[in-house]
Ligand binder design. Structure first.
Ligand code: DQA
Length: 157
């Protein structure tokens, strides 16, 4: 099982950026914790971060037939990017949207996600632990999809 983790703009600044909102953990530390969890579940995991919308779209497209699930923090693009939403819908790979902060209790403009309607679900507000929860959800969904595919193949055989 392969999970792709995609991080949007300014998340490379974790540990420096608005620590009172996002905490002191760096992106590398967040990824190391996810890597450990993935290893415990024998899942392969890949990480990608970009500040550019088009590059994020490209990385999502690369998940087509390559990844079993996506964990994505689209960061500020959550609230603006139709292109990222369309890319997730296009590839048909189950995606979990994740946020470090609880976007529902922040500024009005953060309360709407253009991405959430094409995701399996959203995890928001648990600090860096949000990522581990999102990874658990992604592995669960990917496992279910794999089981469904295996069942279909067995029926056709
Ligand atoms: C964020 C929330 C977004 O509103 C913000 O633009 C971010 C981070 C979060 O993880 O809490 O960059 O996605």
């Amino acid at each position: 099982m392969k999970i792709t983790v995609i991080q949007g703009p300014n998340l490379n600044m974790l540990g420096v950026r608005e620590k009172s909102v996002y905490g002191p953990m760096t992106l590398d530390q967040v990824h190391n914790a996810m890597k450990q969890l993935a290893e415990q579940h024998k899942a392969e995991i890949e990480f990608y971060q970009s500040n550019l919308e088009g590059e994020i779209v490209d990385r999502i497209q690369e998940c087509y037939n390559e990844s079993d699930a996506i964990v994505i923090n689209p960061a500020a693009y959550t609230h603006s990017s139709i292109a990222i939403r369309d890319a997730i819908a296009a590839v048909g790979v189950p995606a979990v949207e994740v946020h470090i902060s609880n976007t529902a209790r922040r500024e009005e403009f953060r309360r709407n996600s253009l991405i959430a309607p094409v995701c399996a679900g959203v995890i928001s507000g648990f600090g860096p632990f949000s990522y581990q929860l999102a990874l658990m959800a992604a592995m669960q969904i990917a496992g279910e999809v794999q089981a469904q595919k295996a069942q279909k193949a067995a029926q056709q055989a």
